[in-house]
Design a protein around this ligand. Sequence first.
Ligand SMILES: Nc1ncnc2c1ncn2[C@@H]1O[C@H](COP(=O)(O)OP(=O)(O)O)[C@@H](O)[C@H]1O
Ligand SMILES: O=C(CO)[C@@H](O)[C@@H](O)COP(=O)(O)O
Length: 562
Amino acid sequence: MNKRYTIGIDYGTESGRAVLIDLADGAEVAEHVTPYAHGVIAKQLPKGGVVLEPEWALQHPRDYIDVLEQSVPKVLTEAGVHPSDVIGIGIDFTACTMLPIDEDGEPLCFHTSFANRPHAWVKLWKHHAAQDEANEINRIGAERGEAFLKRYGGKYSSEWMIAKIWQIFNEDRQLFDEADAFLEGTDWVTAQMTGTIVRNSCTAGYKAMWHKQDGYPEDTFFEALHPDLKRLTATKLRGHIRAPGETAGNLMKEMADRIGLLPGIAVAVGNVDAHVSVPATGVVTPGKLVMAMGTSICHLVLAEEEKEVEGMCGVVEDGIVPGYFGYEAGQSAVGDIFAWFMEHGVSSDLVNEAKQKNVPLHALLEEKAAAYQPGETGLLALDWWNGNRSTLVDTNLSGVILGMTLQTKSEEIYRTLLEATAFGTKKIIDAFTKAGVEVNELVACGGLPQKNNLLMQIFADITNLEIKVAASKQTPALGAAMYASVAAGKAVGGYATIFAAAEKMARVQDRSYKPNPERAQVYKEMYKEYSKLHDYFGKGENDVMKTLRSVRDKTKGGVVHA
Ligand SMILES: Nc1ncnc2c1ncn2[C@@H]1O[C@H](COP(=O)(O)OP(=O)(O)O)[C@@H](O)[C@H]1O
Ligand SMILES: O=C(CO)[C@@H](O)[C@@H](O)COP(=O)(O)O
C-alpha cells in the first residue's frame, strides 16, 4: 500500500493551521498557516461601522473557509502528495466559539439585513459579555438543584454556549427568533465540508450542558430562564450528536474541488483544540495533566470516575478519549497577558535595546528576567487580565501587580507575570488533587513551550512537577489528523482506535523541565501569599474589582449614566 496521510486543521484565535500527517509515524510532512483576515473583531463590526461594547470578541466565518481554501492546497503541493493518498480530514477549534445560522446553514452575519447586528456574528470563546446571564444561570441552576452545575465545578461560565445564546435572546430578540440554530464553529466548518450538520459530543458536553446519559437539562430549566426558552434544546440546539473519532460524513464534491482533495474521503466529527491535543501528546491514561499553552491555557486530565472539582470547566464521559471521564479547567489569559505587557508596559529603553540587538522583545525580557531568583523582584501578581476561568469562574475579576517601587524594572514585571500564570495553574492542580483526581505529571503543548524556556522552568518550579513537552509543534492539528485517521478507519489505511493512533503517531520530546528543590521551596512560600491575595479579591472579601468595573461602565464615553 502507498503511504497514507490525513490532514488536520487547528482553528486558533488568530489563524488556522493545517498539517499533512504521515499515518505511519505521525510525521508532519507539510504545514501551512492562514491568518484570519479579520482577526479578532473586538472594536467595530466589519460592516456598517457599528462599535462594539467592552468584553465583546467576534470572528468572521469567511476567515474559516479561507483556511480550507488556502492551507489545504498549500500542504498538498508543498509535500508533493497525491490527493488519492489522503484518506481523511479533521478539524479542531477554539470553544465555545458559536454562531447563529439560517435553515440553509448560512451564518446570519452573511445576510445583508443582519450584517450590522453584532449578535449575528461568531462569538469567540473569549467573548465575555454574557456574565450577567451566566450569573443568573448559576443562581437558577443552584435553586433548582440542577445536576449540570456539579459537572461544571459549581459554576457555568459566561464563555459557554447557553450564556451566549441567552445574551442574544436578551439583547436582540428578533435575531434570536430568526436563527434556525446555534452551532459551534467546529461543527459549522465541518458541515461546510460534508453538507450535513452533526454536533460533536465534546463541545455539547463541555460547553452546552449535554450529558451522555441524561441529554440536555429538562425544558423546565430553560423555561425558568425565560418561558420562551423552554424548547431551546429541541429547536435551536437540535441535531445528531456524535463522539470524537466518528465520521461526520464524507467530503462533498463541491468542497473537494475547491480545496484539492478527492470527494468522498472521511471527514471527522469536529473537536476542540485543547481536548484533541491530549492523545496527540501520547496521553491516553489518567494522572497526566495536559496543558495546552497559548493565548490561554486549557488543562485536561483523564480519570476513571466522575468527581466534583471546584471551579473546573467541565467533566464529560468520553469527552477526550473513549472509556474515561475527561476533565477540563483553564486560565482565560496567559500568552495574552504577556502580549498586553509587550504592547503597553515595557520601558522604551528595552524596546530600543531589542531593536539595536535585533532580537525579539520577548527574548530580551526572558534573558533579563532569567537572571532573577524567585522572590528577588519583590513583586506578586494575580493573573486575571481576562477574568478567572478556573477555579473562581468569574470574568468580572481583573489583574493585580503588588509590590512595585520606583526601582521596579520591566523585566521584573515580566517575570512576575510569568510567575502569576504558573500560580494560577497550581491553584487548578490543587483543586483536582483535593477532589481526588490524580495529577502526578505535566505534559505541555501549544505555542508557549516552544517560545519561552523560562516560563516552562517557572511552571516546573512552582508546581513542583516535571513537565514533558509534546514533540509536535502543531499538537492540536496533529490530534485532529489522528482523529481523521480513526474516522477513515483501518480498512483504508487509518487506525481502528485513537489509542492505536496515539501509540504510532504521538510522542514527547526527550528534554523535560524538572523542578529545582531550592526554587520550589521559595515558591511554596510565595504561593501562600498568592493564595491569600486570590481569596481576598476573588472570593468576595473585597469586591473592588467589580466596583471599578461598574464605575467604568457607568462613565463610558465621559458621560455618567444613572
Ligand atoms: N517568547 C514568548 N514568551 C511568552 N509568550 C509569548 C512569546 N511569544 C509569543 N507569546 C504569546 O503566545 C501566544 C500565542 O500562542 P500560540 O500557542 O502560538 O497561539 P494560540 O493560543 O492562538 O493557539 C500569544 O498570546 C503571545 O503573546
Ligand atoms: O477554551 C478552550 C477550549 O475549551 C480554548 O479553545 C480556548 O481557551 C482558546 O485556546 P487558545 O488559547 O487559542 O489555544
